[in-house]
Design a protein around this ligand. Structure first.
Ligand code: EPU
Length: 537
């Protein structure tokens, strides 16, 4: 059992472990974001003819002038600061959301620690749970330094007396992960009706694999009018079955896993997702009295239990948040630690960071430290292909693309998990990045700093700039928002990132944590006029 899975216990020998590894790359998308080409942004073109970046004050005015009014909050990033210190890593968003949904399976009180409670997605999931009669209590984290404080917020969910199997459609539609309540409600109540959110900025995100998995377990499932309706077979209990997933989808694996936890008999999920968040869900189900074996491999074996009880559980640290801060450190030639982390969850990301010339090592228990390339070397380019775990995570692809935009040499970035997750290419182009998109791949020609920041004769504080410059850019999803912010940290001048609400969905206190590392990042309210930027009250 992984450390920190309080009350959890690992099911016995991995049943059927060792099946085929995830079929990586099966989803290579056909097309990428529209309009992303080399230096696609107007700002980029305007300055591309010049020898170098615009003077910072010019970039600042140009960027501010381009901010559309009434766009909510904006992150203003002034590039060039070196970062230092240790970034605190929150609980994993994508694990916490699945565990909160899974608490609907439990006939006892569930207490989940290290929930990233300030995330908008967590608030929405809470609303979804409460709309079916679950009682949710969120406790404050302990004082910094106090025992247990590092475990953050605890969410206690009591779903013993559910009142509905139709979660509030408005809350459901604004949260893609709410599809994860379908299987628990179906398994617990015998029927469920869950609205479907539409496609999103990174792809269509269908639910066909979830539906096929539930049908294999005997459910009648109908998808029509933007709603999925499911009913258990006569007798009200799903039946264990063998389920092969055409693609190792994280969400579909979680759906079938939760449905199977209360099914009659044994379920085998083949070509299952191996992501740590799936393993966390399996550990959680076992902590509540379930019987799941093989988590972390491509074959899961689930022996259905008549009921699950309560449990106490601690969410794994967010590997993507940790990877994002390590990438920020690399891009700014800074030495930074992150904690808590499970280093083995970051194997692919660390390998790629090391390929750029950085060194990453353990800096204490559950703590990693990145140091920039030694000997005054520039960051080197490294090709990257997003794949299901244990491959390089799609959720780190935009941030890594930002890193490559400021590295030396050319690199190929391929996105194979989502069909439309290269929107940041056009926005990075506005900052002077040299990117050429071809379908689901982007060729990045890096624009490194003229001298290694901090080396004698180099930039040092106030001079750690890549060849990127500040611009007004817009994030359409959270990882894009993180990538653009990171690029701003290394760019000369001021970058204004709109679409901050996306960042707030998935990064807890993102700008606060960056500021604590020494970054010059401010959260501003876009006022009625384009230049009327003020701090939120
Ligand atoms: N897919 C299907 N049919 C399905 C389900 C998925 O075709 O029924 C496809 C998707 O369209 C996509 C691919 O399979 O092309 C992978 O999707 P997957 O189901 O694995 O992703 P997900 O469960 O919808 C979770 C995370 C994502 C993360 C992916 C991949 C949550 C709440 N979300 O999404 O997180 O990118 O796994 O690791 O767990 C993020 O945090 O920024 C984020 C998007």
């Amino acid at each position: 059992m992984r450390p920190g899975a309080g009350g959890g216990r690992r099911a016995g020998a991995a049943g059927g472990a060792g099946g085929a590894r995830g079929r990586a790359g099966a989803r290579a998308g056909a097309q990428g974001a529209a309009g992303a080409g080399a230096g696609a942004g107007a700002g980029a073109r305007a300055r591309a003819s010049g020898a170098g970046a615009a003077a910072p004050e010019v970039a600042a005015v140009a960027a501010a002038a381009a901010v559309p009014a009434g766009r909510g909050q904006v992150l203003r990033v002034r590039g060039g600061a070196r970062l230092e210190g240790c970034a605190p890593v929150s609980g994993a968003k994508n694990s916490a959301l699945a565990l909160l949904a899974a608490s609907l399976l439990c006939d006892g009180e569930v207490c989940i620690r290290r929930v990233p409670a300030r995330l908008r997605d967590v608030t929405l999931m809470r609303q979804v749970l409460e709309s079916v009669g679950a009682r949710v209590q969120a406790g404050a984290p302990g004082a910094p330094g106090a025992q247990g404080a590092e475990e953050g917020h605890a969410f206690c969910v009591d779903a013993r007396a559910l009142t509905s199997a139709r979660p509030d459609a408005a809350a459901v539609r604004s949260l893609r992960a709410s599809i994860l309540t379908l299987a628990p409600l179906l398994a617990r109540v015998g029927e469920a009706e869950v609205a479907l959110p539409g496609g999103c900025a990174i792809g269509a995100r269908p639910v066909d694999l979830h539906v096929r998995g539930l049908r294999a377990l005997g459910a009648e499932v109908e998808v029509s009018g933007g709603t999925v309706r499911a009913r258990a077979p006569a007798g009200g209990r799903l039946r264990g079955a063998r389920v092969y997933l055409d693609f190792p989808s994280v969400g579909a694996t979680e759906t079938v896993l939760m449905a199977a936890a209360l099914a009659e008999g044994t379920t085998l999920i083949e070509n299952a997702a191996q992501e740590p968040e799936v393993e966390d869900l399996a550990d959680f189900l076992n902590a509540a009295g379930g019987h799941v074996a093989g988590a972390g491999t491509s074959t899961l074996e689930i022996r259905g239990a008549p009921s699950l009880g309560g449990c106490e559980f601690t969410v794994i640290p967010d590997r993507i948040e940790a990877g994002t801060f390590l990438t920020a450190a690399a891009l700014t030639y800074s030495a930074v630690s992150v904690a808590p982390v499970m280093p083995n969850h970051l194997t692919a990301v660390l390998a790629k960071l090391e390929a750029t010339g950085c060194q990453v090592g353990l800096d204490g228990p559950m703590r990693l430290r990145l140091v920039p390339p030694p000997g005054g070397e520039l960051l080197r380019a490294a090709d990257v292909t997003s794949l299901p775990y244990p491959g390089f995570p799609t959720d780190m692809q935009p941030q890594f693309t930002a890193l490559l935009a400021g590295a030396q040499g050319s690199a190929l970035v391929r996105e194979t998990v989502f069909e439309n997750r290269l929107g940041h290419a056009a926005e990075l182009g506005r900052m002077g990045a040299q990117l050429r998109q071809d379908g689901s791949a982007v060729m990045v020609e890096g624009r490194p700093p003229a001298r290694v920041p901090g080396q004698s004769g180099g930039g040092g504080a106030g001079g750690a700039h890549s060849g990127l410059w500040g611009a007004s850019v817009s994030a359409r999803n959270l990882r894009e928002g993180a990538a653009l912010t990171l690029a701003g940290l290394a760019a000369e001048g001021e970058t204004l990132v709109t679409g901050v609400e996306h960042i707030d969905r998935g990064y807890e206190g993102f700008d606060e944590k960056l500021r604590a590392l020494g970054a010059d990042v401010a959260r501003l309210e876009a006022g009625p006029g384009p230049l009327d930027m003020k701090r939120p009250a």
